[in-house]
Design a protein around this ligand. Structure first.
Ligand code: NAD
Ligand code: LMR
Length: 332
């Protein structure tokens, strides 16, 4: 478990980074903006008052999506970018890059089956699967370029938290909103919900704990099977991506104590990349060192029960293999 503090002084001071009405806004780029996740994500980011400029990049259909989204009467200025020659322009001066580029899985495939297809396009990976390997790949790419900052590379696992919250509320039949910490990675047993740490506190029977853990770990497969070959989660993922992006932007703005789960580099559980909880809040150190946002603080895992301790060991083993797979891929 870890925590990230996102800090940015520079973005706030940029003269052209103002949302409608003169409020400070941020420049956001979506890479893979014409896809199943990318399109609703672009729509939701166009509605976000923290966004003043929205760059939509894809290798196909970017102009159409851009024309469509640009007719929305919200503040952000939308610009489209098509194909590799325009990638650099799409990313120049951007505060936050969200990447849902890549191929989704079909029934019968694991996220790891996407490795060969998606590994080659991961540059700064946030959403593209398999997250457990694409984040380490992106880390290695940055290292090669001499620009790696583990605080700026965040794998998006918010959908696991969103699902966990939904399933816990329906199982415990409470009308209260809950907050379920989910640590580890983003595939199967590496997704580790800490049901003993739900806020407000909930108690579950052994059967409920097993049911919930299993359903949260297999939420993605549930959607893949229901879509029967037409892709994986896109709408709930766009919702989750916006939830996480908004937290990042609030952190960039300087809000204190913004806490989210994400897959970031951490030594809390092992000396390599592992899923963690993330705090996004201001930091003068980062302001001085980076001038832009980053993951700042990593929380220790709270007290685990026996069921979670066993789950954690399984998660660590599988994560270590997925991380190694990503690192070896890029080193070849
Ligand atoms: P999709 O096929 O509908 O869309 C992918 C988009 O990426 C397409 O528009 C495609 O043109 C674009 N793309 C492909 N290569 C690109 C490149 N080199 N540069 C820029 N754009 C490129 O797929 P989707 O359903 O939107 O899913 C996208 C990815 O997100 C998949 O890998 C999927 O497994 C993953 N995903 C992750 C989570 C998560 O929780 N992290 C949840 C759901 C889906
Ligand atoms: C999800 O959790 O829905 C995504 O990772 C997509 C998938 O392949 O399951």
């Amino acid at each position: 478990m870890g925590c990230v503090k996102v800090e940015d002084g520079s973005a706030l001071s940029r003269g052209d980074c103002r949302a409608k009405g003169g409020a400070p806004g941020f420049k956001v780029a979506i890479v893979g903006a014409a896809g199943g996740i990318g399109q609703p994500l672009a729509m939701l980011m166009k509605m976000n008052p923290l966004v003043s400029v929205l760059h939509l990049y894809d290798v196909v259909n970017a102009p159409g999506v851009t024309a469509d989204i640009s007719h929305m009467d919200t503040g952000a200025v939308v610009r489209g970018f098509l194909g590799q020659p325009q990638l650099e322009s799409a990313l120049t001066g951007i505060d936050l890059v969200i990447i849902p580029a890549g191929v989704p899985r079909k029934p019968g495939m694991t996220r790891d089956d996407l490795f060969k297809i998606n590994a080659g396009i991961a540059i700064v990976n946030l959403i593209s699967n398999p997250v457990n390997s694409t984040v380490p790949i992106a880390a290695e790419v940055f290292k090669k370029a001499g620009t790696y900052d583990p605080k700026r590379l965040l794998g998006v696992t918010t959908l696991d938290v969103v699902r966990a919250n939904t399933f816990v509320v329906s199982t415990s039949q409470t009308s209260l909103e809950v907050d379920v910490p989910v640590v580890g990675g983003h595939a199967g047993v590496t997704i580790l919900p800490l049901l003993s740490q739900v806020k407000p506190p909930c108690s579950f029977t052994k059967e409920e704990t097993e049911y919930l853990t299993n359903r949260i770990q297999n939420g993605g497969t549930e959607v893949v099977e229901a879509k029967a070959g037409a892709g994986s989660a896109t709408l709930s993922m766009a919702y989750a991506a916006v939830k996480f992006a908004d937290a990042c932007l609030r952190g960039l703005r300087g809000d204190a104590g913004v806490i989210e789960c994400a897959f970031v580099a951490s030594e809390v559980l092992c000396s390599s990349l592992i899923g963690v909880n993330v705090v996004l809040k201001p930091s003068s150190e980062l302001l001085v060192r980076l001038g832009r946002g980053g993951a700042e603080e990593i929380y220790q895992l709270g007290p685990l029960n026996e069921y979670e301790r066993v789950g954690l060991e399984k998660a660590k083993m599988e994560l270590a293999a997925s991380i190694q797979k990503g690192v070896s891929f890029i080193k070849k």
